[in-house]
Structures are given as structure tokens and as C-alpha cells.
Design a protein around this ligand. Structure first.
Ligand SMILES: [Zn+2]
Length: 143
């Protein structure tokens, strides 16, 4: 993916995550190169995005556990027009939902120079992108 600002102008700043007390462990995990997910100690559900209660049993006994940042494309789209002004230099932008083996689905961007080769079910691996000063989890085809 190339990031080329429009001639003569810089795109507006991209929105970046603002960790909350609930989500901070997720972001800290990414900064350390790990994908941490919440795991309910009551009903064993895996949870993403971070929450204070388990969406399956409403329990609050949640633990953070490291999982492999790898899965398959559950769905995706290729945006050939910027989805917002701050992404003007990032088209085409592949926006996808990745399903992990634990069943969690993560909305993300897919880094690839060949979006035409992507298919639902394509194996993807996490990319811990720190290019914007904060660790973001993107995925790329697992070749
Ligand atoms: Zn639960």
C-alpha cells in the first residue's frame, strides 16, 4: 500500500485510538507485538472488542490472554475511493474482517499490493503497524 498525499496538500490527520481503562491492555499488547483478547472465565467465550462484561453470559470475570494474530478473511471490500479525507493517500484500501481460530472477528485493514488475489478464506497474519506512533493491528496475506 502506498501513502501518497494529494499534490500540494497534506491529508488531515488520521484518527488514532484513545485507550480507555477497559481497552488499555489490548493496545499495550499490540505495542508489545502481542494480540491480547479477553477470555471469559465463567463461560469461556472469547471477546473482542474489549468490554467490561462478557456479551455471552454478562459475567465480569474476564482475563486477558495472548492469541496468535493469524486467521482467515471472513469478508472484505476494496475501497477505490477514500473512505474519509484522511485516507486519500491510501487507496485502494482493503477493509476486511478477519476471523481468528478462537471465533473472534476483527475489523481491520489488509496490507497487500495484490487485492485481486484476496478471497474469502484467504489465510492472513497480523502486522503490528507502528508507523503512526501507536501500534495498530493490520493483517496481510500469509504467504
Ligand atoms: Zn461469559
Amino acid at each position: 500500500m502506498t501513502h501518497v498525499p494529494a499534490a500540494g496538500s497534506e491529508p488531515p490527520a488520521r484518527p488514532l485510538p484513545r485507550p480507555t481503562p477497559t481497552s488499555a491492555p489490548y493496545w499495550e499488547g499490540l505495542a508489545g507485538g502481542q494480540l491480547l483478547l479477553q477470555h471469559c472465565r465463567t463461560c469461556a467465550a472469547w471477546i473482542h472488542y474489549p468490554r467490561v462484561r462478557c456479551p455471552a453470559c454478562f459475567g465480569t470475570d474476564l482475563a486477558w490472554e495472548a492469541v496468535e494474530a493469524a486467521g482467515v478473511l471472513y469478508t472484505f471490500t476494496v475501497a477505490v475511493r477514500p473512505t474519509a479525507p484522511m485516507f486519500a493517500g491510501s487507496v485502494p484500501q482493503v477493509i476486511g474482517v478477519v476471523e481468528l481460530p478462537v471465533g473472534v472477528r476483527i475489523t481491520t485493514t489488509i496490507e497487500t499490493d495484490a487485492p485481486d488475489l484476496l478471497r474469502v478464506g484467504t489465510a492472513v497474519r497480523g502486522v503490528f503497524d507502528t508507523s503512526e506512533g501507536v501500534a495498530l493491528l493490520r493483517f496481510a496475506p500469509d504467504r
